[in-house]
Design a protein around this ligand. Structure first.
Ligand SMILES: [Zn+2]
Length: 267
């Protein structure tokens, strides 16, 4: 990378800041919509999973019912067989033994019927759950549709501009050394208004509005090193001269850096 003067570095940072501020502006207009769309998509996926779980539960219960029905059928067959045998017993003891067997099978049948009844009740409850959850699912799907449409409209209005700015940013970033870019990004991340590089305006830092002492302002004008605001840590790129300043020296310094940070100076 070509060695750049401090003034050039600051100039490059100011340009990047102007681009980023414009991108921030676009994102602010979009607001929370992209997140809201994402949240709705996640919620819908969650609801869908719940419905699938209910359906799986029902399948399992239905197979339990089928199993119990088979057991009941077997018990009924056994009872019929034992009753048949009771007609051919040789003594009372044999008859009693068969009666006990029949009793046991009858109990088994009762138990099966109880289990079948319980499973059917559970299935009925799950079906109501499915119905209610599906209603909610459809509501959320409708919300998502609306939010997506809203987002699409906003995106259509701003996407082209954003892409242009992103390309411009990519180009501009190449003009800034890595270490400085890193500081810039970190400052931006920690700043509530996204400003990392600001000017001194009416003797104050235009990032935090605290006064910048005259000595510091003089240092900024000298362009010998990068000066940061002692209150907020933002990079102070230049001093915007007051309206009544007339000296030739000051006017020359203003060239190129008088633009406020929201406008990009064309090369
Ligand atoms: Zn400040």
């Amino acid at each position: 990378m070509v060695e750049r003067t401090i003034a050039q570095k600051l100039q490059a940072l100011l340009k990047l800041q102007a681009i980023d501020s414009k991108i921030d502006e676009i994102k602010k207009i979009r607001g929370d919509l992209p997140n809201e769309v994402q949240d709705l998509e996640d919620e819908i996926a969650g609801i869908q999973t719940r419905i699938n779980n209910f359906l799986n539960d029902i399948k399992k219960l239905e197979s339990d019912i089928e199993e119990k029905r088979q057991i009941r059928k077997d018990s009924e067959k056994l009872i019929a067989k034992y009753k048949e045998q009771q007609n051919n017993v040789r003594n009372n003891r044999e008859f009693e033994a068969l009666s006990k067997e029949i009793e046991a099978e009858e109990l088994e049948i009762q138990l099966c019927e109880k289990r079948i009844r319980e499973a059917n009740e559970k299935i009925a409850k799950k079906r109501i759950d499915i119905e209610e959850t599906t209603k909610k699912l459809n509501e959320r799907k409708k919300d998502l549709e609306n939010k997506r449409a809203e987002l699409e409209t906003i995106m259509a209005e701003s996407e082209e501009e954003e892409n242009r700015l992103l390309k411009e940013r990519e180009k501009q970033v190449k003009n800034i050394e890595e270490r400085l870019l890193y500081s810039y990004e970190r400052l931006r991340k920690n700043s509530s208004n996204g400003l990392a590089v600001v000017t001194v305006k009416r003797d104050a830092c235009s990032g935090c509005f605290n006064i910048v002492p005259p000595q510091r302002q003089a240092e900024i004008r000298e362009n010998r090193k990068i000066i940061v605001c002692e209150h907020c840590g933002r990079i102070l790129a230049s001093v915007e001269e007051k309206e009544n300043s007339t000296t030739a020296e000051k006017s020359t310094r203003r060239i190129g850096i008088k633009d406020n940070i929201f406008s990009i100076t064309k090369e």
